[in-house]
Design a binder for this molecule. Structure first.
Ligand code: ATP
Length: 578
């Protein structure tokens, strides 16, 4: 339903579960508004008909009726506004829920396309704008048109001639509202895009606060932030200046109408064609109509903002999401645990990040991947997990093309430590378990294999609560817990992407030994910059700018791959490679 549906219809569909409550709220709103409309009419009746009778009892009676109408109008409005706020709150909660689930199912390529800051802004400021719009539309969207149309209808019965004077300015007002709000949607879309940039900058600055301080870049970052902040202000000013045109323009046209009404009205009273009470009621209705028009412009401002945000939300909701399996799977072949056959992949369709990569490793074997920064090591890991699909070639797991393996099943077979991986502000045990229902014994054993003995020294041990992102641990301690998390799931394939860079050589060696002993059947993929971390691997891939410079065991590479030999000599000391 959502694919290709107009954005506004999509967000309005979230009101459907509250349809009954909304019908009730709008009915109360309608009745309250009718009471508001009745008041000037009763006033005219009292002045022109009841007062001349000079009956105090009748005046008191009609006064009571007016009071009752006022109370009903106020109570009805308050109840309806509260209901509108609840309905808008529930609808935006549902939108946020669906948006979050959709984002969680987007492929990495789609996330790259939307960008993370933009997705954050869509989940926060855009849903807030839609919330405001849904609230406002229920509160004023019903009341203002009733007051406007009802006001015009009553004035027509009171004084058709004066109403015609008033009506002559309404088309001009409608034109102002139409053009201003049409321009508003584009301006608010541009503003939301500048909010994306603001979120991106805040994100970078907050995450990188330590390096910013360390490099004394605080002032520079302040200037950069001021730049994006000013851009948001500029866009906001452009949008609100355009929207602000509507109120004065409408006031001007209504003022002109009012002048006409007073001139014609005075002439008609003077000529005995109408009575003063009627003119008084007419002027009250005029104020009501004026208020209604101004409320309608406010609704249009909210609408312009909400519609721009609804389009951004709809864009994400309409995205296809990541399919569990892909149609283009190749037939089963070979029995290696993991194999790449002529794999080429580029992120944005430009230069390939990896090109024509082929290798295979069996259960219990270790694959080492080494290469300079940006040579494509992490990209190979991303492809194994099907975060991205290759442009060419096939990746197989136990002989099956991974495109044919449902994503959940595929990923459940991996244990992964990514580069710059995250710990959460939860206990050590929860960080290792990660809501997978892992037995505490297994989690503690995994911590032992990952050389995370320091946990025993923490207050509360495994129940020790970590700071968000694990900032209260050292880099090496964090890495050990991340490895424990990957090992705890008893994976068939363990990917350690730069997972030991913060460990000393001895701990790194012990960790690799423990993994080999306790996860004997797992295929290990070790990505590293250090030769010492991969030299014990059964197969080592040497990468440079996405291409395979060499592929073999440590001994084979020393003989056949000069760049590997140079790297080894450089890292292990001159003469080591001879
Ligand atoms: N999400 C992405 N979008 C676009 N390009 C990317 C993305 N991720 C990586 N790249 C590019 O792909 C190439 C390979 O990157 P990759 O992360 O695989 O290198 P790496 O060998 O793991 O580097 P490092 O050792 O620094 O982690 C680089 O040129 C990088 O700029």
């Amino acid at each position: 339903m959502r694919k290709g549906a107009p954005p506004l219809r999509t967000v309005l569909s979230y009101l459907r579960p509250s349809a009954k409550k909304m019908a009730w709220g709008l009915t109360i709103k309608f009745l309250g508004t009718v009471m508001d409309l009745l008041l000037p009419w009763i006033l005219a009746f009292v002045i022109d008909t009841v007062v001349p009778r000079r009956s105090l009892a009748q005046i008191a009676l009609w006064g009571g009726v007016m009071l009752l109408c006022s109370v009903l109008a106020v109570v009805g409005n308050i109840a309806a506004n509260r209901s509108a706020a609840r309905i808008a709150r529930d609808a935006s909660e549902r939108i946020r829920h669906d948006l979050f689930s959709k984002i969680a199912h987007l492929s990495c390529r789609q996330i790259d396309g939307f960008t993370v800051p933009s997705l954050e802004a869509r989940l926060t400021t855009d849903t807030y704008n839609v919330h405001q719009m849904l609230n406002m539309m229920q509160r004023v969207g019903v009341r203002a048109p009733i007051l406007l149309l009802g006001g015009v209808a009553v004035t027509l019965t009171l004084e058709p001639v004066l109403t015609l004077v008033l009506l002559s300015v309404l088309p001009l007002i409608a034109l102002v509202v139409f053009f201003v709000s049409r321009k508003g949607v584009g301006l608010f879309s541009a503003m939301q895009r500048s909010v994306d940039a603001l979120v991106r900058t805040v994100r970078e600055d907050v995450t990188g606060i330590r390096i910013i301080k360390a490099l004394s870049r605080t002032e520079g970052e302040k200037t950069r932030f001021d730049g994006v902040n000013r851009a948001v202000s500029r866009r906001e000013t452009a949008a609100s200046t355009t929207m602000a045109l509507s109120n004065p323009a409408i006031n001007f046209f209504l003022g002109a109408g009012l002048t006409g009404v007073i001139l014609v009205g005075a002439f008609r009273v003077d000529s005995g064609l109408t009575q003063p009470g009627t003119i008084l009621a007419f002027l009250s209705y005029f104020t009501i109509i004026l208020g209604a028009m101004l409320s309608i412009t406010r609704v249009f401002v909210m609408y312009s903002k909400g519609a721009a945000s609804a389009a951004r939300i709809q864009e994400v909701l309409a995205a296809e999401g990541e399919p569990e399996t892909l149609a283009a799977a190749a037939s089963d072949r070979g029995a290696a645990r993991l194999s790449f056959e002529g794999v080429t992949f580029s992120y944005g369709g430009g230069e390939p990040a990896v090109e024509d990569i082929s290798f295979s490793v069996g259960p219990g074997q270790t694959l080492g991947i080494i290469g300079a920064t940006g040579s494509g090591k992490s990209t190979l890991c991303n492809l194994m997990l099907r975060f991205y699909t290759p442009d060419k070639g096939v990746i197989r797991l136990d002989g099956r093309d991974i495109r044919a393996i449902p994503l959940k099943e595929l990923r459940s077979r991996f244990g992964v430590v990514f580069q710059n991986d995250l710990l959460f502000g939860r206990t050590v045990a929860e960080n290792i378990d990660f809501d997978r229902g892992i037995a505490p014994d297994r989690a503690e054993a995994a911590a032992g294999w990952a050389q995370a003995d320091f946990v025993a020294g923490l207050e509360g041990g495994f129940a020790h609560p970590l700071a968000a992102r694990g900032t209260d641990l050292s880099g090496g301690q964090r890495q050990r817990l991340l490895v424990a998390r990957a090992l705890a799931g008893d994976p068939d394939i363990l990917i350690l992407d730069d997972a030991s860079s913060a460990l000393d050589y001895q701990t790194d060696a012990k960790l690799r030994q423990a993994v080999r002993t306790h996860c004997a059947d797992a295929t290990c993929v070790v990505v590293a910059q250090r030769v010492s971390s991969v030299m014990g691997a059964d197969l080592i891939l040497v990468l440079d700018e996405g291409r395979l410079l060499g592929c073999g065991s440590h001994g084979q590479l020393l003989e056949s791959c000069p760049p590997y030999r140079e790297l080894y000599a450089l890292q292990m000391g001159e003469g080591a490679a001879q």
